[in-house]
Design a protein around this ligand. Structure first.
Ligand code: EPZ
Length: 417
């Protein structure tokens, strides 16, 4: 697996065009199998998770072509309703295909997705909601067998506003006669993007972005064109990297409305941010202030995905910061690696307390999951000396060519295979 070699100390200066959102494109690619038509998706990021999702589409019989940031998916020749274990284990978010396969094929066989680096990632909310839509589900030998010949619209209340479960219900219900209502739905912007993609293909869905989503089933859906929204987590990561190095950058192709909690936190730390419709500019804080208490929450609360990048920034802030990770049970794996670089962080269960130190020092560290890996890159950019980051494959799952974007703004970062 390749590694990143970072020589810290350069201030980031320049402009970055932010990639399309990983967590929008994955469910939208799954949705292409609903219409049996030709779909053109623009602003598609070049990520490992997208490559894996394309592999699943091809295994199901779809024809997929990529030209730069445009993906064309023709799902007319779909010839399978099964996703085998090796693919499900490669990317647990493949569970998002379940709803789409059921809606198109009226049956589905998928392997249990299993856990991942940040937690055991249960799917009980997905299965409970699908059963309420009339899907018969049997679990056996690590596989889930779904029979959906008698589906009915339903009022579905999610015990937790699960992003994936909300998306799976939207994908399944859009072809089920009657009106399905989801209450306590997840409100992430990626769900709004999925709604606009589905409505473009002829679905009748309303309410995404709020906690009540209505889906009126239709008979047929059609191939569409769509542009993926900007990635709010990648955008936030680059703003934090600039703040960490005392630099000033401008982000293009962003949606400040999707990033309010990150923008507020950076301002609370003393950074200056200027936002326009689809641009954000950041100037460094004179001295970084600690974040007294950050609690990760479902959107529009503080995103769990940006917790570790912000923690890296807090290692240098004056004072003590506290993070409470309420969403995933194992999302502090970056802490021991930051401590190797000289950070002062203590963990107790889901609480981490960070006491600011004057500076970090370069070290050999290992990325153990996607966003924690990004946190190590951020720390390395400001550390004294050289940092080697192993496990770059995790970072590549969600960040498109991270070293190219950061080098273009003056970061001294290289990929070594
Ligand atoms: C999505 O994961 C994102 N992934 C995650 O981003 C993100 O962290 C997460 O939402 C929360 O915002 C994609 O969109 C591909 P959830 P998802 O269902 O759908 C529990 C990244 O770094 N839960 O909202 O899996 C679960 O254990 C990734 O880009 C159940 O208990 O998240 C967790 O505690 C990481 N039962 C909480 O809900 C279920 O059936 C949030 O999970 C489903 C979830």
């Amino acid at each position: 697996m390749s590694k990143l070699v970072v020589c810290g100390g350069n201030q980031l200066e320049g402009e970055i065009e932010v990639q399309g959102a990983k967590n929008a494109v994955l469910p939208i690619l799954a949705a292409t199998i609903l219409n049996g038509g030709k779909n053109i998706i623009y602003n598609c990021p070049d990520l490992k998770d997208v490559t894996t999702t394309v592999e699943v589409l091809k295994k199901l019989g779809c024809h997929v072509r990529r030209h730069e940031k445009t993906l064309t998916v023709d799902s007319s020749q779909l010839n399978s309703d099964t996703i085998e274990e090796s693919l499900m284990r490669q990317m647990r978010s493949s569970i998002i295909f379940l709803g789409a396969i059921i809606a198109r094929c009226k049956r589905a066989v998928v392997s249990m997705p299993g856990g991942c680096e940040i937690g055991n990632r249960p799917i009980d909310l997905h299965l409970k909601a699908l059963r309420e839509l009339g899907v018969e589900i049997r679990e056996n030998h690590g596989y889930i067998y779904c029979d959906a010949h008698e589906m009915t619209a339903a009022n579905i209340h999610l015990d937790f506003p699960s992003v994936g479960a909300t998306e799976n219900v939207m994908l399944t219900a859009c072809l089920v006669p009657g009106t399905t209502v989801i209450t306590n739905a997840a409100r992430e912007p990626e769900i709004e993007d999925l709604q606009s993609f589905l409505n473009r293909m002829g679905a009748k869905i309303s309410g995404a972005g709020g906690d009540v989503i209505r889906i009126e089933g239709v008979e047929k859906l059609y191939g569409v064109e769509h542009t993926i929204i900007p990635d709010r987590i990648v955008a936030g990561t680059y703003l934090i990297a600039a703040a960490m190095t005392g630099g000033s950058i401008v982000l293009r192709n962003v949606c400040p409305r999707h990033m309010q909690s990150s923008i507020n936190a950076l301002r609370d730390m003393g950074c200056e941010l200027y936002t326009e419709r689809n641009r954000i500019a950041i100037s460094p804080a004179k001295s970084l202030k600690a974040l007294s208490m950050i609690r990760t929450m479902p959107y529009p609360g503080f995103p769990t995905d940006i917790q570790s990048p912000f923690m890296a920034l807090c290692t240098k802030a004056s004072g003590s910061s506290m993070f409470v990770e309420t969403i995933f049970e194992n999302r502090f794996q970056h802490v021991e690696e930051l401590v190797r670089m000289g950070a002062d962080i203590r963990i107790d269960g889901r609480v981490a307390v960070i006491r600011g130190v004057p500076g970090l020092s370069g070290a050999k560290v290992v990325a153990k999951e996607l966003r924690g890996g990004a946190a190590l890159v951020i720390a390395a950019l400001a550390a004294e000396g050289v940092t080697e980051i192993d496990g770059v494959g995790f970072i590549d799952r969600g960040y498109e060519h991270i070293e190219k974007y950061l080098s273009s703004c003056g970061g001294n970062i290289k990929r070594k295979d």
